[in-house]
Design a protein around this ligand. Structure first.
Ligand code: ADP
Ligand code: ZN
Ligand code: ZN
Length: 722
């Protein structure tokens, strides 16, 4: 019998692979079960070795896939990610599979559906009047006709209730196997809108050059109809019987996108992938894409790591969004992975945004990406008008100036909708003692705690710790506490009192659970007058036709930050938020509240000329030699011991013998202590990508020989974004 040796990648935080033996030939990427120490692990075949000198090599215990589920292109991409982001190879392999497959399961391609029977349809549901839950469930079934397991959950129908309905033969269970290969026949041409001149030009320009230029940036103001342009590109790709990857920042926050796509491309031709799905649902989506049974995958960050059967186009919507960057585990940017994949597999990638990242704009300036501008709003809505309200000019009411309040009142009285934007959750972010200056701080982190109501408590926004608030100071015991600066909760309470006749809705992550966000159910569906109070979730893609006024409560955040990206983020945020105003026939206005109303940056933002703002910031970055003109790689060190992180990073610096132009720090993280850990960071920098990666690799090799790795957590962040 023949015997082969294989390098296996194991899902461990180790930058190495392990050798095992097996009698059969195995392809790259095949999942196998191997013994490791006292455990059994699911590993991935990296390569066959010619032979092995090590004696007593353990055997592979079980081969999980008859054929590898990964193609060569995906295996290459995994190698690149591991190399570029300095990530353990096994961890990267793991993230290319859905959780169920990582655990060694296989995919059951059948899904359970509960369908209403003819009897169930005809029966007068009043006969169930006494069984309230069954009555309600039948009502749902009568309107929906069939529900999947997650559909049951979404409508709060328990399995026990379904069983009762099954017993009465009102509902029956069906197991259906999804087996529909990619199909161009599902396209519903009638739902495609006729492109206007500007849209048509972008569409045709991309088509014309797609063979030679793979990377494209559609830089179009909000409402210019970028989505409709890429719908047409998707259509062409499907007509060639190829698949499409559409990356979006957050699924629940992309209103109507799913519905719009399904309308055009067929309900059963679209798969979803995001973190709010169950493991089973994710595995099913993954498998259908992997086998080529669905044409489109719409997903968040991790969808970029899905192996397709026959991918032909990648779209990254809102490409500037920071949620494309993963901060835990191995740190990667899904946008950059998409661009790399495009280049490797010769597939076009389309980045879209009204406020593109500086990296992408720089790539356009250097002609690495093709730039496509869209400057007109489809529905001919006018640009919103900007006004600046001086925060020093009047006494503030929960953070709002008299002027802003007056304008809100006017709009609401006219029956219009108003958005009050504040990027701070909670009731009053700062609590402080007027007698001694004490503020409540988190025990685990170097930050002040934030006061919340309902229930009243202090919450740390970094580690989630909560604690009771007393009526007196914890240090001097005086009853002299002041609640400072407003959060969204306080604004909500205040506005509700003030505007009794219009509804006030608060929209932030505290107020909605994942499920509601996922289903995009949180948006009040009314065109009547209302006031929305919210954090940055409101800034993204929502269409609020009757919105006429946006008030940005604290436009100064970002003007005076030590983070060099703050100004770029502020510009993106304000432009995105103001993109919500006046999208239809009504004119929109934006009030920026500021303590420095003359600040030139605010004036510039008011012009809404993001291209000009971005080019100015780019110029400044070039002069200061900041990213994207130099590359950064951060080495983070964290420990429960206060001094270790700093010492360790100094040791690394000494080893690298760098001169000052090659690094920044070591310095404490902006919040040095977080979740009990002390954190320091050393930034490597270089204009030469090869050099900086070489330096980072040497650093890693050095770290692995050192004892301190048992006491200090080291992590690497390539191309950090903060
Ligand atoms: P963007 O993504 O650039 O902000 P959208 O694609 O959301 O803009 O388009 C804004 C609105 O204009 C949407 O309601 C969309 O349905 C509509 N729209 C887009 N293109 C057209 C078109 N060619 N004809 C009519 N309406 C369009
Ligand atoms: Zn904390
Ligand atoms: Zn005090």
């Amino acid at each position: 019998m023949e015997n082969f040796f294989y390098d296996i990648a194991l899902p461990l935080p180790l930058r190495q692979s392990f050798t095992y033996q097996h009698n059969d030939k195995l392809a790259k990427g095949t999942r196998v079960v191997v013994p490791f120490r006292n455990r059994k692990l699911v590993g991935y075949v990296l390569r066959k070795k010619t032979n092995s000198k090590i004696k007593s090599i353990k055997r592979i215990e079980k081969v999980l896939d008859e054929y590898s589920l990964l193609d060569i292109a995906s295996c290459d991409l995994i190698n690149w990610i591991s190399d570029y982001y300095k990530a353990p190879i096994g961890e990267v392999y793991k993230s290319f599979f859905p959780p169920l497959l990582r655990k060694g399961n296989s995919i059951d391609n059948s899904i359970e559906l509960f369908k209403i029977t003819n009897l169930g349809l005809l029966i007068n549901k009043d006969s169930l009047k006494r069984a309230k839950k069954q009555f309600e469930a039948l009502e749902v079934f009568q309107s929906k006709k069939e529900l999947s397991v997650s559909g049951l959950k979404a409508h709060n129908i328990s399995r026990a209730i379904v069983k009762e309905l099954e017993k009465k033969t009102y509902v029956e269970k069906k197991v259906s196997v999804k087996q529909n290969p990619v199909s161009k026949n599902k396209i519903n041409n009638k739902f495609f809108l006729k492109l206007n001149k500007e849209q048509l030009k972008v569409y045709e320009d991309i088509k014309k050059t797609a063979k030679t230029n793979l990377a494209h940036l559609i830089f179009g103001i909000t409402g210019s109809g970028k989505t409709e342009v890429y719908f047409n590109l998707i259509k062409d790709c499907i007509l060639q019987e190829k698949q499409v990857l559409l990356l979006v920042p957050e699924i629940g926050l992309t209103p109507n996108l799913k519905a719009e796509i399904e309308k055009r491309f067929g309900t059963d031709n679209v798969a979803l992938m995001h973190s709010a799905m169950t493991e089973k649902e994710r595995a099913l989506s993954w498998s259908l894409i992997n086998k080529g049974h669905k044409s489109i995958l719409v997903g968040t960050r991790s969808a970029a790591l899905t192996p397709f059967k026959n991918l032909g186009l990648i779209i990254v919507d809102e490409e500037h969004d920071s949620s494309y960057k993963q901060f835990d585990g191995f740190k990667y940017s899904a946008r950059d992975v998409a661009v790399f994949k495009s280049n490797r597999d010769k597939i076009p990638v389309i980045l879209c945004s009204a406020t593109p990242s500086l990296e992408s704009l720089k790539n356009c300036n250097e002609k690495k990406y093709s730039l496509h501008l869209m400057k007109r709003r489809v529905k001919n809505a006018k640009h919103p008008k900007f006004e600046i309200s001086d925060l020093r000019s009047s006494e503030l009411k929960s953070g709002l100036t008299e002027y802003s309040l007056g304008e809100i009142t006017k709009e609401v009285e006219k029956g219009n909708q108003v958005l009050v934007f504040l990027n701070k959750k909670g009731f009053a972010p700062m609590v402080f003692c007027k007698s001694c200056g004490w503020t409540p701080e988190c025990r685990n982190c170097d930050v002040s705690m934030v006061f919340h109501i309902n229930p009243e408590r202090l919450v740390c926004h970094h580690c989630g710790e909560t604690r009771q608030i007393k009526s007196s100071c914890e240090v001097c015991f005086e009853e002299n506490l002041e609640f400072f600066s407003a959060g969204t909760e306080k604004l909500e309470v205040f506005l509700k009192k003030r505007f009794v006749s219009s509804p006030v809705f608060r929209i932030d992550r505290d107020n909605f659970d994942k499920k509601t966000l996922k289903e995009n159910n949180f948006f009040p569906k009314t065109s009547q007058s209302m006031i929305l109070v919210g954090t940055q979730i409101l800034a993204k893609g929502h269409h609020i036709p009757n919105l006429t006024l946006v008030v940005v409560v604290d436009a100064d955040s970002g003007l005076f930050s030590i983070d060099h990206r703050a100004s770029e983020r502020l510009a993106q945020l304000i432009i995105q938020v103001s993109g919500r105003a006046g999208r239809e026939d009504k004119e929109g206005r934006v009030i920026l509240q500021s303590y420095v109303p003359d600040h030139p940056f605010l004036e510039k933002i008011s012009t809404l000329n993001y291209q000009e703002i971005a080019n100015e910031i780019l110029e400044e970055r070039e002069n200061l030699q900041l990213p994207p003109f130099v590359h950064h790689i951060n080495i983070h060190a964290e420990s429960l011991n206060k001094n270790l992180p700093e010492n360790v990073l100094h040791k690394i610096c000494k080893f690298l013998k760098m001169n000052e132009t090659q690094f920044i720090g070591p310095k404490p993280a902006i919040i040095e202590k977080r979740k009990k850990y002390f954190r320091w960071v050393l930034t490597l920098k270089s204009a030469d990508r090869k050099k900086i990666h070489h330096l980072a690799n040497r650093t890693l090799a050095f770290i692995e020989t050192q004892n301190f790795i048992n006491k200090v957590r080291i992590s690497i962040d390539v191309d950090p974004i903060s």
